[in-house]
Design a protein around this ligand. Structure first.
Ligand SMILES: [Zn+2]
Length: 479
């Protein structure tokens, strides 16, 4: 079948393409029922496994069935999966999405430069509209690269107006997200009054715009945390945030952090602050027993391999965490320095771990290991189902499982980069390129089709982002 005519209705009547793939005048593409026919389905559901030449039926944005020769209801569109890998959408467990406005500024920064320039000169000067636009364009980029779910660590949400704008951008984009609201507004005298106002606003978001439990954008929280401030106010902030009952994230346990606290996880446990609502970012140099401690209390962790290796966050500790049964996501981290999506992170994570195992083996025996202890499939698991589970979204997304929301990718396995596709998962992780991500579906809506974003406003938004970024740089230079 002609690739660009790959969608047609099941009843062969009106062409489905304009209806299924077209952008709504405002917001993401309209949703309709469809079936993907004849793809190589990598379900990442251990009960289903991989299914060559299989179908995926999506009804009302939910995966209704996975298998061969599925019956589709009359009127359902058909997506031709021939020559495609059908994968769950990727889960990006950590990104500072508003930094999309500062893309490229930090490419030559040390961590200290990054903090003094990006954070203090640029992030702090963003207007609410800057934040909305950056979130929107950043989310479009992530979806184009196969991310269907992301955890947005939003330090730019410095006021309620900024927070509302960030939520606007996420909702408009069509991505599935946890909006992690920064709760970091102490006065120079240490008063927590502004902090309390932000918690109140966050609570109003949770019962208002972000109230639905299976809503596409959910509330989370983020805070500087104990490695960036004295312990007592950090603990007080954490206690206050517990009232929200949402996933709360902070950076910790990396050697580059000047105020890093030894035995932090043990201290949090003693304070009664270590629980299943905590996400530890980077955390590569915790003591060995602290990984198990964090796991026993239900916490999770996220590694951002590319940024960690560049910035002095230690060697990615994915396998230390995995051995301790601490749930781990992968993330992309800071758009101001690193573009790209989860394909890059899977590859860097795999290379970093194999390099570590090789070095250990040479040191111990003088030889390389006899076998590879980690695989491409391990990486895909981290970027899909394990990542979703770590964020508490495992019942909603992360695998092609009937009952879950339809967050799906169609990745070409017949391109010049991916043919002859002798190993489907290996091809996806180690050979596939972003150009091979043909179709991206979030919550049953097609946001990318035939290799292009379906949102007609994307290019205009990118131009607006450039204009606003230049104004931001000018403001920073004049300050
Ligand atoms: Zn970060």
């Amino acid at each position: 079948m002609e690739r660009r005519a790959f969608m047609k209705t099941a009843v062969g009547a009106a062409a489905a393409w304009p209806v299924l793939g077209a952008a709504a005048p405002t917001g993401p593409a309209a949703r309709r029922d469809f079936v993907i026919r004849g793809g190589y389905v990598i379900s990442m559901d251990p009960r289903l496994g991989d299914l060559p030449m299989a179908d995926v039926l999506v009804i009302d944005g939910r995966i209704a069935a996975v298998g061969r020769h599925l019956q589709a209801p009359a009127g359902a569109a058909v997506l031709d999966g021939t020559g495609m890998l059908v994968s769950p959408g990727f889960v990006n467990g950590h990104i500072h999405l508003a930094q999309t406005m500062q893309r490229g500024i930090s490419t030559e920064h040390t961590f200290a430069d990054y903090y003094s320039t990006l954070v203090l000169k640029y992030s702090n000067r963003m207007s609410p509209e800057d934040v909305r636009l950056a979130e929107y364009v950043g989310a479009l980029e992530q979806m184009a690269l196969g991310t269907t779910t992301l955890m947005d660590w939003n330090r730019e949400a410095m006021t309620p107006d900024h927070a509302e704008a960030a939520v606007d951008g996420l909702l408009e984009s069509g991505v599935r997200a946890i909006f992690a609201y920064t709760i970091a507004a102490r006065t120079p005298q240490g008063s927590d009054a502004p902090l309390r106002r932000m918690v109140e606003h966050a609570r109003s978001l949770r019962v208002g715009r972000l109230s639905s439990e299976d809503g596409r954008v959910a509330l989370g929280a983020c805070l500087p945390g104990p490695d960036f401030m004295p312990l007592e106010p950090a603990f007080a902030d954490m206690r206050m945030l517990r009232e929200l009952g949402v996933l709360t994230s902070f950076h910790c346990g990396a050697p580059i952090y000047a105020q890093r606290k030894k035995r932090l996880i043990a201290t949090l446990a003693q304070q009664g602050l270590l629980d299943g609502k905590l996400q530890l970012v980077h955390a590569n140099e915790l003591d060995g027993d602290e990984f198990r401690m964090a796991a026993d209390h239900g916490a999770c962790m996220v590694c951002t391999p590319e940024a960690e290796l560049h910035c002095g966050h230690g060697h990615p500790a994915i396998w230390k965490a995995a051995r301790a049964k601490l749930p781990v996501s992968l993330g992309t981290d800071i758009p101001s320095a690193f573009g790209g999506g989860m394909m890059t992170q899977m590859r860097v994570a795999l290379a970093a771990e194999i390099a570590r195992l090789n070095a250990e083996s040479f040191a111990a025996t003088g030889k390389a290991p006899a076998t590879k202890a980690v695989s491409a499939r391990d990486m895909l698991e981290l970027a899909t189902i394990a990542g979703a589970q770590a964020l508490g979204l495992g019942d909603l997304t992360g695998s092609i499982t009937p009952g879950k929301r339809a967050d799906l990718l169609l990745i070409r396995s017949d391109s010049v980069a991916t043919a002859p596709m002798l190993d489907p998962v290996g091809t996806l992780v180690l050979q596939g390129t972003p150009a091979d991500i043909d179709t991206v579906i979030v919550d049953g809506r097609v946001v990318k089709a035939a290799g292009r974003l379906t949102d007609a406003r994307a290019e205009l938004a990118a131009r607006q982002l450039r204009q606003r970024a230049l104004q931001m740089v000018q403001r920073a230079q004049q300050a």
